[in-house]
Design a protein around this ligand. Structure first.
Ligand code: NAP
Ligand code: 3JN
Length: 349
């Protein structure tokens, strides 16, 4: 990285599931931080958080908090981003926003560095970080798109509860314990806290992530569809998604069917490309029962791919299984990686 000595970095949503991972990722990557400002709502202002052996007191996020901040990583929900990200930019900060608030705004780049790092050059102060399910899928598909072209994607997700925040993780743990003990329990968070009905997640699978759009898809599914087209600059790409919540703590899995632009390509060709792809680890050996699983991806920044097969009926069609830590590559690591790219490209003032 070509960089100055350090940047004043703010993490907004510092006490949340994603915010905590952002702080840990800044530390693990040894990101050049001269000062770290941790922001949350008034509820957890005053909480102490450890960073590189020092205790930092969390403060309430306000417009003035961003005076002198160089880089602000936002992960406190869309309404907070809509209100405070422009305030941060007004004060000279560059914002990496992990919410859906600006993702589909045509003036705001939506970036996964392995796919479209160059889009960072077009930023006007805010860069959007895609949805976790989108990120891991496009990292695995991009090398194939580049070499063979890409025409169609049909994806089914198997998503971990940590994607729905710290309260959802607690709900899975407490409900599992209650069911094993034969105790009463009342689901309150999943599938969507604000929805009318809540369902048991322990020992279950819920085919609803976020609320429903009036076309029968959910918002999570529409995020995967629209964000993929924007990141790949392919408005004509055919994409369909079904998103399902599973009783897994961390690590989203995806079954991805895709059709490339040419015939005659073999599964071995696809695996050879994935073995060399940036950010991808190929784990694919049926003879050795080698394939990615979420429990073994937790804490890792990579996207793990396995079960690569050629479709039996379509010469252009392939299937693969894609797993990643949704809080890292899906959120915190992709955001910090964007910040690293901004520094590398000389785009931070
Ligand atoms: P979480 O565990 O519930 O944490 C929410 C965080 O936001 C907490 O730090 C909370 O502070 C803070 N917050 C809430 N209201 C605030 C306000 N008015 N002002 C300032 N801070 C406020 O949620 P999470 O799982 O970390 O997710 C946070 C957000 O990240 C989500 O809403 C979503 O937009 C985004 N996200 C993105 C992805 C992705 O796919 N890229 C994945 C998950 C989440 P307190 O402790 O004070 O309440
Ligand atoms: O449920 C998941 O696994 C991912 C959830 C992401 C999420 C949760 C609440 C609000 C988002 C997101 O990043 O798309 C948002 C949002 O910002 O819309």
């Amino acid at each position: 990285m070509s960089e100055r000595k350090g940047y004043r970095v703010a993490v907004v949503g510092a006490t949340g599931a994603v915010g905590q991972q952002m702080i840990q990722t800044l530390e693990n990557r040894d990101f050049p931080v001269s000062e770290l400002l941790l922001l949350s709502s008034s509820r957890s202002a005053g909480t102490k958080v450890n960073y590189k052996g020092n205790e930092i007191t969390v403060q309430e996020a306000k417009p003035e908090s961003f005076e002198g901040v160089d880089i602000a990583l936002f992960s406190a929900g869309g309404s907070v981003s809509k209100e405070l990200a422009p305030e941060a930019v007004k004060r000279g900060a560059i914002v990496v926003d992990n919410t859906s608030a600006f993702r589909m705004d045509e003036n705001i780049p939506l970036v996964v560095p392995e796919v479209n790092e160059a889009d960072l050059h077009t930023h006007n102060g805010i860069i959007a970080n895609p949805n976790c399910s989108t990120i891991q899928m496009v990292v695995a598909l991009e090398p194939l798109r580049k070499k063979f072209g890409l025409e169609k994607i049909i994806v089914s997700t198997y998503q971990a509860v940590s994607g729905a925040g710290a309260a959802a993780v607690q709900e899975l743990e407490q409900q599992t314990q209650a069911i094993l003990n034969g105790d009463e329990y009342e689901p309150k968070i999943l599938p969507v806290k604000s929805a009318e009905k809540h369902y048991q997640i322990a020992f279950n699978a819920i085919p609803q992530i976020d609320n429903f759009v009036d076309n029968g898809f959910t918002y999570e599914e529409m995020k995967m569809i629209n964000e993929t087209k924007k990141i790949m600059h392919m408005p004509q790409l055919h994409v369909a998604a079904t998103c399902v919540r599973l009783p897994v703590g961390t690590g989203h899995s995806e079954s991805v069917y895709f059709e490339i632009g040419e015939g005659g390509v073999t599964a071995a060709d696809v695996k050879a490309l994935l073995a060399e792809a940036p950010g991808v680890v190929l784990q694919d050996d049926p003879d050795q029962q080698l394939y990615p699983m979420p429990a073994f991806c937790v804490g890792k920044n990579d996207v793990f791919v396995g079960r690569v097969r050629k479709d039996l009926d379509n010469d252009n069609g392939f299937h693969m299984w894609v797993v990643s830590d949704n809080l890292l590559k899906g959120a915190a690591w992709n955001s910090v990686q964007i910040a690293e790219s901004l520094v590398k490209l000389g785009l931070v003032k």
